[in-house]
Design a protein around this ligand. Structure first.
Ligand code: SAM
Length: 289
C-alpha cells in the first residue's frame, strides 16, 4: 500500500514551486490543474482495477491525479511531463511512491506508449487541451497492449469522439475512434473544477480498444481516406464528395448495394456504411494495381 498521507497539500506544492506564477505558468502547455481529490479519485475509478497493469499518465502537473492513481496501487505508473517546473514539484511524490512512480521528462507527442513497458497499459490523463486530439489520433495508430484510455478532453472534443450519426458533432474523429474503440462519455466538469479555470466545460471519456482482426485493421487507411473525402466537404452530398474516389458509376453501384441515397450528407452515414465504402474503395484500388 502506497502511503501518501505525509505529502504536502497540492496548494502548497503549487505555491512552493511557483506553478501558477507568471514566470513558470504555461498557457501553451494547457495547464488547468485539478486539486479536488474527490474529482481525481472519480476519474481513476472509471479506469477500473489498476493492479494488473502499468498506468501511463500524461501531464501530471502538480500531481493531483497522480496521487489518486497511486492510491489504487498500479503495478507501475509512468508519468510523462514536459514542464521542468512540474517535474521539480513532483519529487516528493516520487519518494512517497516507493518505486511505483517514474517521471519521464518528455513531450508525450514524441513518445510511443507501447515502447514504455511490456505490461498491459491503462492510460489516464487530464489532457492538455491544445494537444488532446493530436495525442488521441497518435495513440489510435498503435493500440498495442492498451487496455483502456480514461481521458479528460474539452467537452466539445468529447462530444465529437462519442457522437452518433445524424448529429452535428459526428465526423471523422467519431468514426475512426469508434471503429477502433468502444467509447463512452462518463461525466462532465464545469470550468470552476480547474485552477486556473478554462473557458469551456470538460468531459471524461472512457475508451476501450476493440479486438480487431488483421482484415479489420487493413481497412483503417481506407476508412481514413473515405471519411476524409466525405467530411472535408461536409455540406456536400456524398454523390459529389465521394465521386473523385470511386468514379460516378462505381459509386452509384455501391450506394445502391448499401441502400444509401446519393443525395445524403456525410453525417447521415453510419460507421457500418463507412466501413463498407472503405472495403469497396480498397478493392477498387487493388483491382487497378
Ligand atoms: N494532471 C494534472 C492535473 O490534472 O491537475 C495536470 C493536467 S494539465 C491539464 C496538463 C499537463 O500536461 C500540464 O502539467 C502540462 O505541463 C502537461 N503537458 C502539456 N503538454 C505536454 C506534452 N506535450 N507532453 C507532456 N506533458 C505535457
Amino acid at each position: 500500500m502506497i502511503a501518501l498521507d505525509s505529502l504536502p497539500p497540492l496548494t502548497k506544492v503549487i505555491k512552493d514551486f511557483g506553478l501558477l506564477t507568471q514566470k513558470t505558468f504555461s498557457k501553451s502547455l494547457g495547464q488547468n490543474f485539478l486539486l479536488d481529490p474527490g474529482i481525481t479519485d472519480r476519474i481513476v475509478q472509471v479506469a477500473g482495477d489498476l493492479k494488473e497493469c502499468d498506468v501511463i499518465e500524461i501531464g501530471p502537473g502538480p500531481g493531483g491525479l497522480t496521487r489518486s492513481i497511486l492510491k489504487q496501487n498500479p503495478h507501475h505508473l509512468y508519468a510523462l511531463e514536459k514542464d521542468p517546473s512540474c517535474i521539480a514539484a513532483l519529487q516528493s511524490l516520487i519518494t512517497a511512491s516507493q518505486g511505483h512512480l517514474s517521471l519521464v521528462e518528455r513531450d508525450a507527442l514524441k513518445v510511443s506508449l507501447s515502447d514504455m513497458t511490456q505490461y498491459p497499459i491503462k492510460v489516464i490523463a487530464n489532457l492538455p487541451y491544445n494537444v488532446g486530439t493530436l495525442l488521441l489520433l497518435k495513440w489510435l495508430k498503435n493500440l498495442e497492449r492498451i487496455q483502456t484510455l480514461t481521458l479528460m478532453f474539452q467537452k466539445e472534443v468529447a462530444l465529437r469522439i462519442t457522437a452518433q450519426p445524424g448529429t452535428p458533432d459526428y465526423g471523422r474523429l467519431s468514426i475512426l475512434t469508434q471503429y477502433l474503440c468502444h467509447t463512452e462519455r462518463i461525466f462532465d466538469l464545469p470550468p470552476k473544477a480547474f485552477i486556473p479555470a478554462p473557458k469551456v466545460f470538460s468531459s471524461v471519456v472512457h475508451l476501450q480498444p476493440k479486438p480487431l482482426s488483421l482484415k479489420e485493421k487493413t481497412l483503417i487507411p481506407w476508412l481514413e481516406k473515405v471519411t476524409a473525402a466525405a467530411f472535408n466537404q461536409r455540406r456536400k452530398m456524398i454523390r459529389v464528395s465521394l465521386k473523385p474516389l470511386f468514379g460516378e458509376e462505381n459509386l452509384q453501384e455501391i450506394l445502391d448495394k448499401l441502400h444509401l441515397h446519393s443525395t445524403q450528407r456525410p453525417e447521415t452515414l453510419t460507421l457500418k456504411d463507412y466501413c463498407a465504402l472503405a472495403a469497396f474503395y480498397h478493392n477498387l484500388e487493388l483491382s487497378k494495381a
